[in-house]
Write a protein that binds this ligand. Structure first.
Ligand code: 7PJ
Length: 276
């Protein structure tokens, strides 16, 4: 599945979301303080998260930009403290080259970039750090991406974009074994696009790279269930199971304990099915 140190081969991994932003859409402000963030990370690790994704820039639709100094201030102390806790893999959710470099110095092993290393200097930073990278599809920019997302064939367009970005990374010097792909649920996509992408996820897993899927508490799940963001646990867990069944290697979630339980059940069934 992945050769990120600390992750088991072939077993789906749960990535716990650690937002260190005052404006994150679901746990806004609550974990902004470093100690609170650390407690949340420790809880997610105790619940079975195998990776912690530290993010200091909210990418929710309409969120305002964060400057480099502010983003570094938010994430670096948290990454340093997490690295001191043990050797569980740490991911940095950023698009900024400087944040990638400093996060890697502080102990991050995965760069999770919703802009797929298209910002100035980001590709070089990914290469020099030697980190794993997660390349995500997005149509448009966070501020405006949900205005009128439009596709002829969402699965084909996402696949072609991910192939293009993977190939650009390999040409720049990132080893193929370090590349993870992500269809970018909710990033410039309508509900029907997200549902279609999840239904067709197998086609993306055939690209041969591990897939990361983030649907946790997203508005598509709100649209399908009529539930507010804090009441989307069952919907989120269901989405994670459906994604893993269709080949996802990593699921990025808020509700770690519930997702870990669900994946134990799904994993047992999938192993019998696969004759393992
Ligand atoms: C994703 C992400 C996702 C990856 C966010 C939210 C919005 N990174 N960062 N994939 N979503 N790789 O958590 O709802 O889907 S921020």
């Amino acid at each position: 599945m992945s050769n990120i140190p600390g992750l088991e081969l072939g077993v789906p991994a749960v990535m716990g979301i650690l937002n260190v932003t005052p404006d994150s859409f679901s746990d806004g402000g609550r974990f902004a303080a470093r100690d609170a963030a650390l407690r949340q990370a420790e809880r997610m690790l105790a619940e079975g998260a195998q990776i912690i994704d530290v993010g200091g820039e909210s990418t929710r639709p309409g969120a305002s930009d964060v400057n480099v100094a502010e983003e570094l201030d938010r994430v670096i102390p948290v990454i340093e403290a997490l690295a001191d806790l043990g050797d569980q893999p740490i991911s940095i959710d950023t698009s900024k080259a400087d944040v990638m470099r400093e996060a890697a110095d502080a102990g991050a092993v995965l760069i999770n970039d919703v802009r797929a290393l298209r910002e100035p200097g980001a590709m070089d930073a990914a290469v020099v750090t030697g980190c794993h990278v997660c390349l995500m599809h997005m149509q448009g920019q966070p501020r405006t991406m949900q205005v009128d997302p439009d596709y002829e064939d969402v699965t084909a367009e996402v696949r072609d974009f991910l192939i293009e970005r993977r190939d650009a990374c390999v040409r720049a010097g990132v080893d193929t074994s370090r590349i993870i792909l992500d269809p970018g649920f909710g990033f410039g996509k309508q509900v029907a696009h997200n549902v279609e992408l999840l239904a067709n996820l197998r086609q993306l897993s055939r690209l041969g790279q591990p897939l990361l899927v983030g649907l946790s508490r997203k508005s598509t799940l709100g649209a399908l269930t009529g539930r507010e963001v804090d009441d989307r646990v069952a919907a989120s867990v269901t989405a994670a199971v459906l994604a893993v069944e269709r080949g996802a290697a990593i699921v990025r979630v808020h509700d770690v304990a519930e997702t870990v339980d669900a994946l134990k059940v799904a994993g047992a069934v999938m192993q019998v099915e696969a004759g393992i």
